[in-house]
Structures are given as structure tokens and as C-alpha cells.
Design a binder for this molecule. Sequence first.
Ligand SMILES: Nc1ncnc2c1ncn2[C@@H]1O[C@H](COP(=O)(O)OP(=O)(O)OP(=O)(O)O)[C@@H](O)[C@H]1O
Ligand SMILES: Nc1ncnc2c1ncn2[C@@H]1O[C@H](COP(=O)(O)OP(=O)(O)OP(=O)(O)O)[C@@H](O)[C@H]1O
Ligand SMILES: [Mg+2]
Ligand SMILES: [Mg+2]
Lengths: 228, 228
Amino acid sequence: LIEIQNLGKIYDLGEVRVHALDSVSLEIQHGEFVAIMGASGSGKSTLMNILGCLDKPSTGSYRLGNIDVAELDRDQLAEIRNRKIGFVFQGFNLLSRTSALENVEVPLLYAGTSAEERRARALAALKSVGLEHREHHVPNQLSGGQQQRVAIARALVNQAPLLLADEPTGNLDSKTSAEIMDLFTMLNRTAGITIIVVTHESDIARYTRRVIRFLDGRIVSDERSEAA
Amino acid sequence: LIEIQNLGKIYDLGEVRVHALDSVSLEIQHGEFVAIMGASGSGKSTLMNILGCLDKPSTGSYRLGNIDVAELDRDQLAEIRNRKIGFVFQGFNLLSRTSALENVEVPLLYAGTSAEERRARALAALKSVGLEHREHHVPNQLSGGQQQRVAIARALVNQAPLLLADEPTGNLDSKTSAEIMDLFTMLNRTAGITIIVVTHESDIARYTRRVIRFLDGRIVSDERSEAA
Ligand SMILES: Nc1ncnc2c1ncn2[C@@H]1O[C@H](COP(=O)(O)OP(=O)(O)OP(=O)(O)O)[C@@H](O)[C@H]1O
Ligand SMILES: Nc1ncnc2c1ncn2[C@@H]1O[C@H](COP(=O)(O)OP(=O)(O)OP(=O)(O)O)[C@@H](O)[C@H]1O
Ligand SMILES: [Mg+2]
Ligand SMILES: [Mg+2]
């Protein structure tokens, strides 16, 4: 599903060039459940943004489902982002003036679903993350962990085949984290959704079957295991 | 230092009233190092906002250093927030158009420090969290964990006697988290700074000498221990 070769990302800030990613190559098959770990600033979110078609690499190539992403125009990239990929942002990126329910409905607007179906599917997604009683709250009326769960529900509502989650449990207590990881496990096993989770916690990585570690923009280890 | 009696906080949203805090009473002495834990949505950030004089309770009282906070006017509250309290926000709350260095300097502007001293102290604070090479980056040029560390540095730069940190390690890898908790431990032991940390992780709570647990807006347990 994902094939990256010699990927590089350089931020040019005038006097300084930051090598956020340096010659990264990897393959991820359909249906895998992968954890990405590594020190703060080691390039994990930068990689996730490229995988999610939100950013372009400086060097190297990225093929998604056999399509060279560099060849796509803006409309085609928007189509992929809305239909093929669910993305949980490290900073949530919720719309601050709209309710939890409306935030979760946003990806469904592109699919041309009817208003009743949008509402029903968004409510189901909120329910799956334990938030059905907060649907009308706007983000600043929600706790940090509740905002994070709205971002997760929004990433799930389109049932996209690829789920990219950048530290989805950073603001959640252990019981709620376990519920979210059980949900991801079920989606991976029953719906075959390919899932890539960035995490700092080994308790979370334990749910996956492969752990890729980054340091200074490079992959330093890539280990497969049987999930518990 | 801190004396809270029968503290309550109700959010009135029309048809629904959310009891974010319900009859909370507790005392925290000078020099304590306390962890606050509990499920997502259980009231931790709401309590921290009241302790930090950023919000008022609906019922009950809060005495800080023997002053009844309800008696203070807006200027006196601003004075306390800037001089007596360092606050690490769960969502960081950095100014998006100013650099890491300028963000960390903000609390020093109120103290009337000279420009050279402000810069030197802000640089020292950034260095203490491992960010001296990122001083000119603005927040969206920083990783999630780097933004979190800028928020920590800003909370430390005034050397305030009370440090309130709402999930300060949520976006940090384990090595960087340990460095931050070692820093907090040193500040608590050598400078006598009273520290209250909201955390979801028992590895982080282990650095403290007292753990207070919340559930549905109430304290359900309060245990002291000897730190490792
Ligand atoms: N402005 C508001 N209006 C209405 N309800 C609110 C508001 N702010 C918070 N709440 C509600 O109050 C409750 C407590 O929120 P709080 O932010 O204190 O939780 P928390 O313990 O910090 O959670 P987390 O661990 O997820 O950060 C939540 O159920 C939340 O939905
Ligand atoms: N727009 C930008 N301009 C300049 N440098 C940037 C920019 N975005 C990120 N960086 C730098 O690139 C490096 C990698 O950032 P990235 O966000 O990928 O790290 P990360 O592994 O996700 O870290 P964390 O675990 O803290 O979230 C960091 O050193 C960061 O300072
Ligand atoms: Mg990141
Ligand atoms: Mg909170």
C-alpha cells in the first residue's frame, strides 16, 4: 500500500537548514498495524504529513496504492485526503466555532452524503469514542482528552482504508487509551484498515505488530512481532 | 499555601448543566510535589484553571498563601498570575506569530526586566528543556514535543513559587519526559518550588510525593508516599 524510497525533507530557514527527514525508505502492506516511535523532534510528524498527502518531500518518492503521489494535482490530492485517509493530528486541529458533532461530520460533506446519514454516522463515531453526551459542545467546552477523541472520531467517520494517528492517546487516561486501542484493533482485524500510530508509549505500541523507530530524521530499527 | 473548601464548578449550557467540579476540598503546603490523576473529563484542568486564577469557581472558596482569591480585583489577579504562578497549559497556548524565545520572554515583560536580562533568562530556560537550537523558530516550525517544552520553559522563566503543569509530558518521548521530571524534582528540592502536575501516566506520578485522584469532578483518593 505504501512505498517510500529515499524520502528527505529539509526546512530552509535562511541561515539554518533543518533535515527533518533523511533518506527514509520503507514499505507498509495493506492491513498492517504499525507503531512509529522516536525522540521528540526526530521526524515522526513530518513523515505522517507526507504519508497523509498534507506535505511534499524535498527528495525521494512516495507511492500510495501504486500511484506516485508526486504526479497528482491539487484536486486529486484533496480527493485522496478526503476519501482514502483518516488523519488524527497531534494538535487535533478542530474547528473552534463548531460543535463536536459538526466537526466529525466535516469529512462526510465531501462524500455528498444526505444530512440525516451524516448526522447518524457522526453520532455513531462519537459514540465509539465515548462522547455521545458531548455532541453539541464546541472545543473549548471540552476537556483535552475529549477534544482528542473528537479528532479520532472525525478520522474514523469516513471508514477510510488508511488511518494515520499522530499520538492519538497523548491526552487520555489509561482506561480510555485502552478503549481507543481496542477500537483500532477491531477496525484493523474486522475491516482490514491499515493503521499507523505515532506514539511515545510502549504500552500503546504493544497493540501493534510492527514498531519502526526514528532518530534524527532516520529509521534506526524496524521490528515485527505478534500482537498480544 | 493552597486551601480549597467545597469548591464547585458548574457550566450552564442551557438545557444541560455540567458539574465539572463537585464539592472539592484539599490543602497543599509550601514545597509539596503533587500529582493529579483521573479519567478524561473528570475535572483536572478545571481545577488547575481555578488554582491558576484563570477561572472562578461557582461555589466554595480558594485561599492562596492566606489570601481569599475571591476578594481580589482584576489587577491583583493579573499580578498573582504573572509573579506567583507558572502555568503549563494542556494545549500549550503559545503565541503563534512569535518565536520560541519571544514566547518564553513574555512573563518577564511584566517584571520590568531589562531587554538583555530577559533574553539571557529566556535562553537559560530554553536550554534547561533542551531547546537552545530552536530559539528563533515559531510554533509551527516546531514539533509537538518542542512546542510543549517551550510552554514549560515559559512557565519556569519567572522562577515563580508555584508551578502548575497540566500534562507537561503528554507529547514527549520517555527520555525527554525523564529530563523534564528531573528538572522539576531539582526545582522542588533546591528552590522549594511547590509543584502540581496533572498526568495520566504512573511513571510520571512516581516522581511526586502525593497522588490525588479525580472521578466525575470529585476527589476519590489522596495518597502520600516517599518519592523514589
Ligand atoms: N466551557 C465549558 N462548558 C461546558 N462544559 C465544559 C467546559 N469546560 C469543560 N467542560 C466539561 O467539564 C468536564 C471537565 O473538564 P476538564 O477539562 O476539567 O477535564 P480533565 O479532567 O482535564 O480531562 P482531560 O484528562 O481529558 O484533559 C468535562 O466533562 C468537560 O466536557
Ligand atoms: N516548518 C518547519 N520549519 C522548520 N523546522 C521544522 C518545521 N517543522 C518541523 N521542523 C523541525 O523538524 C524536526 C522534526 O519535526 P517533527 O514534527 O517531525 O518531529 P516529531 O518526531 O513529530 O516530534 P514530537 O515527538 O515532538 O512530536 C524538528 O526538529 C522541528 O524543529
Ligand atoms: Mg510530532
Ligand atoms: Mg485536562
